[in-house]
Write a new protein. Structure first.
Length: 417
């Protein structure tokens, strides 16, 4: 029964994410149009408008853009955290054998792009952006692989989903460790204390979601003021929410079902609309050939498929991991190409890397957009071509088997030999 609920949950997430990916594409286009028309200045002013208020010493008045990137994205990371925990308890990450291939593949998909970027940018003012090409955008990647329908094995879609989830977990750790400044340990200890309290509630069997979400808001506040990026609060809260490996819907699965549609259809489109806001300028295309642009594009377009395919090959050859059912190395390479779609997380890390450096940030966003488009097109075409080749091979095998069956006994043995 646990397997049935896993497949159901995955199917709902997959279908929602693919549709959300299409909406994301529309919002990216809309944001680019707004930024490059007369509405651009007004839109920027809107994003800079402060909303919220003060309650005693509690300051909650920030620009709309910060609310989007720090608060709404914390909900996105809450969903990512829920997905990671569910996969660790009852899904593709629930055992070493199951988890090893996507984990090792994701590690390759993180290290190779970061190394390529750093090789281009070492010693420059943009060297700190090495985390930009590390992450895969789950929504976009799944949206594109879903367009292939039955042309790719269902196991490949699960592999991509698990890989992207592990990829996001690694990106979250990178953000927490390398992209958080001026740590205020008092606030951080408050957040850790509340997190421990939530773990205790879990241990005591408390299943009321409010008992976790309300303290989770306080974790967000304290993490935000600690200097660690506030979105980490979403992951901490998610890891404390209880789940079970049986067919009964757990609080974690219930919350995941509640959040999937709002995140994919509201939060992610708003993030894309607010942050793709790139004003195209004459020198921006030439910026793709700078060390920044080349590092991002080479990292995503080349580093991702290289790292994912190489580390997957090493895992399978050493028998640490197992190939997805009905998948070939051509399929794995295609998934690696789709892994180069780094849009959401890449832009998010770029915002943290180049805060206050608007020109560099715009060039980074444009390079991310360009690399993500290239990776998406290449991955789609590659997997389409891979399927056609496999169809021809299957037809050839069927025809050969039919011919062998029609041969007399002795001739049949000769043909087989």
């Amino acid at each position: 029964m646990s397997k049935l609920i896993n497949l159901k949950t995955f199917k709902e997430f997959f279908q929602s994410s693919s549709t959300g990916g299409i909406i994301l594409i529309i919002c990216v286009i809309a944001s680019l149009i707004i930024a490059n028309t007369g509405a651009g200045n007004g839109f920027e002013s809107l994003l800079a408008k402060e909303i919220g208020g003060h309650i005693g010493n509690v300051r909650l008045r920030y620009p709309i853009l910060l609310w989007i990137n720090d608060a709404l994205m914390a909900i996105f990371f809450l969903l990512v955290g829920l997905e990671i925990k569910r996969e660790m308890v009852e899904g593709e990450l629930s055992s070493f054998k199951k988890a090893s291939l996507p984990i090792i593949a994701a590690l390759g998909g993180v290290l190779a792009p970061a190394a390529i970027y750093f090789a281009f940018n070492q010693g420059t003012e943009t060297a700190g952006g090495w985390g930009i090409p590390m992450a895969t955008d789950i929504a976009f990647a799944i949206a594109i692989i879903s367009m292939l329908g039955k042309k790719v094995p269902s196991s490949l879609k699960i592999f991509l989903s698990a890989l992207a989830i592990v990829d996001d977990l690694m990106a979250i750790l990178v953000i927490a460790i390398f992209y958080s400044n001026d740590i205020h340990y008092t606030y951080l200890m408050y957040a850790v204390g509340i997190f421990i309290f939530l773990l205790l509630l879990n241990k005591l069997g408390v299943k009321n979601l409010s008992a976790y979400l309300i303290p989770g808001i306080f974790i967000w506040y304290f993490v935000h003021h600690s200097g660690v990026h506030a979105t980490i609060a979403g992951v901490l809260t998610a890891f404390a929410i209880p789940t079970t490996p049986d067919s009964i819907e757990s609080p974690l699965e219930k919350l995941e079902h509640i959040l999937v549609n709002p995140v994919n259809f509201v939060i992610m489109p708003i993030f894309a609309l607010a942050n793709t806001n790139i004003r195209l300028e004459a020198g921006m295309v030439s910026g793709l050939t700078t060390v920044l642009g080349l590092g991002i594009i080479a990292g995503l377009v080349l580093g991702k498929p290289f790292g994912i395919t190489l580390f997957s090959w090493l895992a399978v050859k050493t028998r640490v991991g197992k190939m997805p059912k009905h998948a070939s190395w051509m399929h794995i390479a295609g998934v690696g190409m789709l892994g180069g779609i780094g849009f959401t997380m890449s832009i998010f890390i770029a915002l943290l890397s180049f805060s206050g450096k608007q020109l560099i940030l715009s060039e980074a966003k444009f390079a991310i957009l360009t690399a993500s488009i290239i990776s998406g097109i290449l991955g789609y075409l590659w997997l389409s071509r891979t399927e056609n080749n496999h169809k021809k091979l299957k037809i050839s095998k069927i025809e050969t088997n039919i011919s062998l069956k029609n041969l007399p006994g002795d001739q049949n043995w000769e043909a087989i030999e």
